[in-house]
Design a protein around this ligand. Sequence first.
Ligand SMILES: [Zn+2]
Ligand SMILES: [Zn+2]
Length: 140
Amino acid sequence: MTVQANPASYPRREQPAMTNAKTLFPVCGRPARLPEYLVQEALRIAAPYGSADEADVERDLWCHLQVHGDGDHFALVLDLDGVATGAIWTRWAGGTPVAALDIRPDCSFIDPDSRDACCEFALHPGVHSHRLTAMPVASS
Ligand SMILES: [Zn+2]
Ligand SMILES: [Zn+2]
């Protein structure tokens, strides 16, 4: 029996309305489903980095980038153990199924106000995650 990873684990900070000058940009949030064979592939890729649990693999995916026009969507699939090892990400073009996994290093940006690290991958397009609205709530 597996427990669905909780999407609420995405770091979320309360933004006081109208009292904070920081502008938030909408997140793309395009949903996708991780096929079961890629769940197993993610575990295989993660194995050398430490024991990954099947429940930690994100199956209900959404694009973590700022709203974008053309170009692929990117979603976090599994964080890898260890400092600076990065995470497993997938990308897909609109209208096509998720079909590939890549290890991408973490974005190194640290928000000067909150000291939180950006949750995206290195050299991602769009603004850093601190400047994005919260992820949409997953519907399964
Ligand atoms: Zn997207
Ligand atoms: Zn970033």
